[in-house]
Design a protein around this ligand. Structure first.
Ligand SMILES: NC(=O)C1=CN([C@@H]2O[C@H](COP(=O)(O)OP(=O)(O)OC[C@H]3O[C@@H](n4cnc5c(N)ncnc54)[C@H](O)[C@@H]3O)[C@@H](O)[C@H]2O)C=CC1
Ligand SMILES: O=C([O-])CC(=O)C(=O)O
Length: 377
């Protein structure tokens, strides 16, 4: 391939990354090796739902991750605009955009890690399970394409209800005969991030030094913080335990409802006000996006470091598990070159946590079954 042609393709790709494939075809080129100069070899990561509230900041943060060499941004709307914007960041990962179902397979071919924040978010008054009817089909379709294009990729599922969408993904892979329970992970990192923050707040600690295991699932009572196992070791009053458990379990709702408070206030005050900014930023609806993007990147980075071969990468995630009698459960897992290498037992629980575990399992069982039945029907 002529050096000048490669340069032309690279320049065109940088001006308008979605045009890369077209330019390559026009020039009769083989696929351009599109690693930016100075970039180390890295991982190929796709974000499905990249133009959304989570997808955009997630894409930005992944573009900043030095472990990523190629970043594919897929959505059914606005994928090219987001790609053009993010591609101007002077970091080494090369970004390409993919728009609509007909480009889904191109977005997925050869990926090492696929992150899925595609789907609708909650509005005030809704539960995560209320999203099932729309998001179940979206996750199923995306996983069917992963089966075809990158069945060995690590898959991080963010789309709610996670308690059901992970079993849906697993069933799709099982149906195709390619299910590897080590590679399908529901992202519950936001629960841990919140728990670390709220514990640090009341104990006067630096949140970066706090580690709260949060097990179970990702909705209401299925979110079970193990406050007896917090590191550094903390002693809480019963009032503090009640407050923290409730706040961690309802952190998502706190954000969802916050938007509606902002809307009410906005209707009676001027747009320039601080509340006007909230309305403009969030459009009056939706759920956590920025903290979720932060949590998703923290988790994705852990997966990539583990793929690279780093030792002792341990985080909570919702995975196929034998830790309880349920087929899926969130607990601490050790990540490695193949995804989940080890699932840790829950450790000693106090009476309060044992009661919480029973409630969590009851609700989780129904959500798991609902996901499994959706694919089997
Ligand atoms: N696991 C967790 O801790 C959290 C999960 N979530 C969930 O993440 C999901 C996304 O939330 P937001 O980004 O706020 O929503 P959003 O509506 O802002 O963005 C979703 C994006 O998905 C895209 N999309 C819809 N159908 C698609 C398809 N078939 N293929 C590809 N993309 C598609 C939309 O075009 C949109 O750009 C929701 O289900 C939400 O409940 C949100 C926060 C935390
Ligand atoms: O609450 C929601 O709908 C979004 C979510 O999962 C969270 O913020 O934890």
């Amino acid at each position: 391939m002529q050096q000048s042609n490669i340069r032309i393709a690279r320049i065109a790709a940088h001006i308008n990354p979605p045009n890369l494939q077209m330019v390559e075809e026009d020039l009769g080129l083989e696929r351009v090796n599109c690693r930016a100069k100075g970039a180390s070899s890295g991982f190929k990561v796709a974000i499905l739902g990249a133009a959304g509230g989570i997808g955009q900041p997630l894409a930005m943060l992944m573009k900043m991750n030095p472990l990523v060499s190629l970043l594919h941004l897929y959505d059914v709307v606005n994928a090219h605009g987001v790609t053009a914007d993010i591609s101007h960041m002077d970091t080494s990962a090369v970004v390409r955009g993919f728009l609509g179902q007909q480009q889904l397979e191109d977005a997925l071919i050869g990926m090492d890690l696929v992150i899925i924040p595609a789907g609708v978010p909650r509005k005030p008054g809704m539960t995560r399970d209320d999203l099932f009817n729309i998001n179940a089909g979206i996750v199923k379709t995306l996983c069917e394409a992963i089966v075809k294009c990158c069945p060995k990729a690590i898959v991080n599922i963010i789309s709610n209800p996670v308690n059901s969408t992970v079993p849906i993904a697993a069933e799709v892979f099982k149906k195709a005969g390619v299910f590897d329970p080590k590679r399908v992970l529901g992202v519950t990192m936001l629960d841990v991030v919140r728990a670390n923050t709220f514990v640090a707040e009341i104990m006067g600690l630096d949140p970066r030094e706090v580690d709260v295991p949060v097990v179970g699932g990702h909705a209401g009572v299925t979110i079970l913080p193990l406050l007896s196992q917090v590191k550094p070791s903390c002693s809480f009053t019963q009032k503090e335990i009640d407050y923290l458990t409730d706040r961690i379990q309802n952190g998502g709702t706190e954000v969802v409802e916050c938007h509606s408070i902002a809307m009410v206030l906005c209707s009676s005050i001027m747009f320039e006000s601080a509340f006007g900014c909230i309305l403009q930023a969030k459009a009056g609806a939706g759920s956590a996006t920025l903290s979720m993007a932060y949590a998703a990147v923290k988790f994705a980075d852990a997966c990539l470091r583990a793929l690279r071969g780093d030792a002792a990468v341990v985080h909570c995630a919702y995975v196929a598990s034998e830790v309880t009698e349920l087929p899926f459960f969130a607990s601490k897992v050790r990540l490695g070159r193949n995804g989940v290498e080890e699932i840790y037992p829950l450790g000693p629980l106090n009476e309060y946590e044992r009661a919480g575990l029973e409630k969590a399992k009851k609700e989780l069982a129904g959500s798991i079954q609902k996901g499994v039945s959706f694919v089997k029907k």
